[in-house]
Design a protein around this ligand. Structure first.
Ligand code: UDP
Length: 473
């Protein structure tokens, strides 16, 4: 594989040796080494006049579980576990024409593995999750590292920009502020001299206070403030402190985005992982192009004992006419760059653009990942696919928007959900929680534990208990 501009002596997609050594994934590991399956997901087109995807077999099935919008992580984990350990049957329906939810990836005609819904970087500190995901895929170590094209302070709105590590490290503050920091102690002192504690003397009450009390106003201005506005259409002061706490602030030279013990990518992509989880299982029936609400309205859902609902919680209760919860969506502008210098468009897989003068938040270049198909690994593709990521209000919901108003509204929906017999609300949209992939998996695994232990499919911990803030990186 062409080394690319961001390879280290450890390899493609790896950090410098000192930091790469912290990743417990050291080589290719996990199952399904030789399994090469053709795409086998039945793509059944639904017609409005026929019930449930024109497939009477499904309509007539009486599964234990229906998972609505269920081929993403939460629904897939629950269907897999319930089948493997309890022999339960599931019908998974999804309104999209593919499995895998937002993790869905595919190989383009140019031979590049790309993600339809933005970059997904797997990382976890939970041994249980790491053990679980290795059953369905081989994994390749990947130390995700992000660079930001950050305005040099004082250079004006569209002035000079430097490419620096994000989250901030010693290199970041030296490049931007000429801070002359050479070791961890000096970096700690630098943060100390910059930090501004909240005037009220308590814990940071919002994103701005969180950022100022961690990095001070100068880094806040160039890295956090405008990026956050672009991402959420809210300034940090309008968001929970937890949003800004997702990003660590390093005193070291560790330029990895995540600090978790296990960091890797599925060797044949996420879609293959979902295929391996679900497609060979006779207890699991998948129907795509199926809209849960359309079938609920027409009364054409299969009879079932339990519903696993993974859609937006407020959509479930739309008939009640309560205010809607706020979600953030993403739009990807893809471009195939024919002949970039050295085969790559940019220096890293993800380059952030935190300044206000650039309309997108980041640019993803897929070719940097070590789980690319052979054509890329052999250097046979000169061009490169990039995706500029824009954040927007309309479109597929990606992120709940964590702030006090939305949380209060969510609590009202959660109170209704708690009283809903035979329905489990699971995952990012149904729990209105900014879960990372591994947290979504852990939540589903623990819900399954509860099903076994108590007969109820309920979470073991509250969404906010998945770690400080909304799950730091
Ligand atoms: N953030 C920022 N500047 C950056 C990267 C992140 O201000 O260059 C802030 C921003 O508010 C963002 C949050 O940190 O929403 C969490 O970033 P993360 O990369 O975790 O977002 P995700 O990858 O989940 O979209």
């Amino acid at each position: 594989m062409p080394a690319g501009p961001f390879a280290s002596s450890v390899g493609v997609g790896r950090a410098e040796p000192e930091w790469a050594a912290l990743n417990k994934v050291t080589g290719v590991c996990g199952d399904f080494a030789r399994r090469i399956s053709p795409p086998r997901v039945p793509r059944v087109q639904s017609s409005p006049s026929t019930p449930f995807n024109s497939t009477p077999d499904v309509y007539e099935l009486h599964p234990d579980i229906i998972a609505s919008y269920g081929t993403a992580l939460s629904g897939a984990v629950l269907a897999e576990r319930c089948s493997a350990e309890l022999g339960m049957t599931s019908v998974i329906i999804d309104k999209r024409d593919h499995i895998g939810g937002n993790c869905y990836d595919y190989v383009t005609e140019d031979g590049i593995r790309a993600s339809k819904y933005g970059a997904h970087l797997f990382h976890t500190q939970h041994a249980r999750v790491w053990e679980y995901v290795q059953r369905f895929s081989e994994w390749i170590p990947f130390d995700h590292r992000v660079k930001g094209r950050v305005p040099v302070p004082g250079a004006g709105p569209a002035g000079d920009k430097k490419l620096v590590p994000i989250p901030p490290t010693q290199e970041t503050v030296n490049a931007l502020f000429d801070a002359g920091v050479r070791d961890e102690d000096a970096m700690a002192r630098w943060y100390e001299s910059e930090r501004v504690a909240p005037a009220h003397g308590g814990e940071p009450a919002n994103g701005e206070e969180a950022a100022l009390s961690r990095v001070g106003p100068r880094l806040y201005e160039v890295i956090f403030k405008h990026y956050t506005k672009k991402q959420w259409d809210k300034y940090p002061e309008e968001l929970d402190a937890s949003v800004l706490m997702r990003l660590p602030c390093r005193t070291s030279t560790d330029d990895r985005y995540f600090g978790d013990a296990w960091q890797a990518l599925p060797a044949r992509g996420y879609t293959r992982l979902f295929e391996n989880m679900l497609l060979d299982d006779p207890n699991v029936t998948i129907r795509l192009d199926c809209d849960f609400f359309a079938h609920r309205e027409k009364g054409t859902l299969p009879k079932h004992k339990l519903l696993v609902y993974t859609g937006q919680i407020d959509s479930y209760y739309a008939a009640l006419g309560m205010p809607k919860l706020e979600y953030r969506s993403l739009r990807f502008e893809e471009e195939f760059v024919d002949a970039p210098d050295g085969g790559f468009f940019q220096e890293a897989m993800v380059v952030n653009y935190p300044s206000a003068d650039v309309p997108f938040t980041r640019v993803v270049e897929y070719k940097h990942t070590p789980n690319q198909p052979n054509k890329i690994k052999k250097g046979a593709v000169r061009g490169s696919l990039i995706a500029r990521e824009y954040s927007c209000a309309d479109g597929e919901p990606y992120y709940p928007v964590p702030n006090p108003e939305n949380r209060a509204l969510y609590e009202k929906y959660a109170a209704l959900a708690a009283k809903e017999p035979g329905v489990a609300f699971v995952g990012r949209l149904a729990s209105y929680k900014y879960f990372n992939m591994d947290q979504a998996i852990l939540n589903a695994l623990e819900m399954f534990d509860n099903l076994k232990e108590t007969g109820t499919l309920a979470p073991k911990r509250r969404p906010e208990d998945f770690g400080p803030g909304d799950g730091p990186k």
